[in-house]
Design a binder for this molecule. Structure first.
Ligand SMILES: Cc1cc2nc3c(=O)[nH]c(=O)nc-3n(C[C@H](O)[C@H](O)[C@H](O)COP(=O)(O)O)c2cc1C
Length: 277
């Protein structure tokens, strides 16, 4: 999959030195099976002699985002729960998905897949499916005996929260409100095969974060959604409706849409407690 053009290569060895897998034999212009296809060799070659999967070589643009620009992008990227009734251009959705090519993945496994739900009827079904699944769980957890156990294991506040969820979800179902996806015109599901070893869950979170920040640069609002992932985890048969294999786990969902609200001030909450050792 990685090819070295011996007519272009001048054996500068930059690729060899930057290859984390020690997979390149530049004397024979070969790449061994140790290659993890991270593309560092393609990115570093001053001769543009290395290609991967036959893809064209694209020059890297100069990086011009200042630290202040990035802070501003992050500060603007708040969880959005109120969306305009305006669909997102499929081309924008395609570009948002494409940003994952620039996101890292543990050992460059790249096992995360995206399913984008953008059909209005399917979005309503998604909301109902998730809401009903979670309501079943909340009702079970707030049965008197179970509630007592949870209270001992966690706190009274946790039980109170679960009881409030039962009320909120029941009301939303009665009133036909989209209490999970808030009428977002697209929901991106980040899923991968279910595994206990490996870091696919972390990969999915990182990829979703890249998508969220990129979406912000398109003027889109986003909100991560843990409820969707929880409900799919509880009832795998739900996944097939949205084209997700049962062998996969939905690690995180990201709601997308044009926001109806804007913010005027940066958040006043604290950054992570940090030790520099
Ligand atoms: C992993 C994760 C899961 C989340 N799940 C939900 C969710 O299911 N529903 C929701 O409305 N917000 C969800 N949120 C959004 C958080 O509630 C939100 O980030 C937090 O309230 C802070 O607000 P901000 O994102 O505007 O800074 C989730 C956020 C994260 C990081």
């Amino acid at each position: 999959m990685v090819q070295i053009d011996k007519n272009r290569c001048n054996s500068c060895n930059k690729c060899v030195r930057d290859c984390t897998a020690h997979a390149i034999d530049i004397r024979h212009y070969t790449v061994s099976e140790l290659c993890i296809f991270c593309g560092h060799c393609v990115a570093i070659c001053p001769q543009s002699a290395i290609t991967m999967n036959g893809n064209a070589i694209v020059d890297l643009q100069p990086q011009r985002i200042t630290p202040q620009d990035f802070r501003t992008l992050c500060a603007h990227t708040r969880s959005c729960r109120s969306f305009e009734r305006k669909p997102i251009d499929p081309e924008v959705l395609r570009q948002l998905a494409e940003i994952t090519a620039h996101a890292p993945s543990a050992s460059n496994v790249r096992g995360v897949e995206l399913s984008i739900v953008a059909n209005p009827d399917l979005l309503k079904t998604l909301n109902t499916d998730v809401s009903s699944e979670l309501l079943k769980m909340f009702r079970l957890l707030t049965l008197p005996v179970i509630k007592q156990v949870i209270q001992v294991l966690t706190s009274k506040a946790q039980v109170y929260k679960l009881e409030k969820y039962v009320e909120k979800f029941t009301r939303a179902q009665r009133e036909g409100k989209q209490n999970i996806s808030f009428g977002a015109p697209a929901v991106v599901l980040f899923h991968a095969r279910h595994e206990t070893l490996g870091m696919l869950e972390t990969d999915a979170s990182i990829w979703a974060s890249y998508c969220s920040l990129y979406a912000s640069s398109f003027g889109l609002g986003t909100c991560f959604n843990g409820f969707i992932a929880k409900a799919f985890g509880k009832n795998k048969s739900l996944q097939t409706r949205y084209g997700i294999p049962k062998s996969h786990k939905v690690y995180i969902a990201l709601m997308l849409g044009y926001p109806t609200r804007g913010y005027l001030h940066e958040t006043s909450r604290n950054a992570a407690h940090t030790n520099i050792v």
